[in-house]
Design a binder for this molecule. Sequence first.
Ligand code: RB5
Length: 158
Amino acid sequence: MRIAIGSDHAGFAAKQAVAAKVAAMGHEIIDFGVESSEQRVDYPDIALKVARFVAGGNADRGILVCGTGIGMSITANKVRGIRAALCHDEFTARMAREHNDANILAMGERTTAIPAMLRIVDTFMHTDFGGERHAARVKKMMDAEEDSGRCCTWADCK
Ligand code: RB5
């Protein structure tokens, strides 16, 4: 597979370790930076590059790392077609693929140790989407992109 990867300064060390692992698994890596932990960037700049690249069909999946993974996942999910999942363990990584068909994995270097991240990545890369009942649920999520600006009153939403 072709995997787009990126981090901000807070996720740089983990991003390097994850990229090496994914490459060793035989996948092609497209690295959107940063180039060092000294290169301070705003996480949305990297998240948007990776998410748009994946959404455009240029990579099969993406992996994003920042301090917590929160900013990366929130930003990536603003891009049409992206299902970014913030995962903290192998269980959430498996569910993200099996139930949610996540196409981007987000993790936090300040919240998750690098050896655990490598196990999360392994699970994310090796788990297929379950389809069946999950397919209809994923379709509902993605259909919501069509009217993502819609707001409800209490009466409308109940
Ligand atoms: C950077 O200090 C930090 O805010 C960022 O890496 C991330 O944790 C944001 O969600």
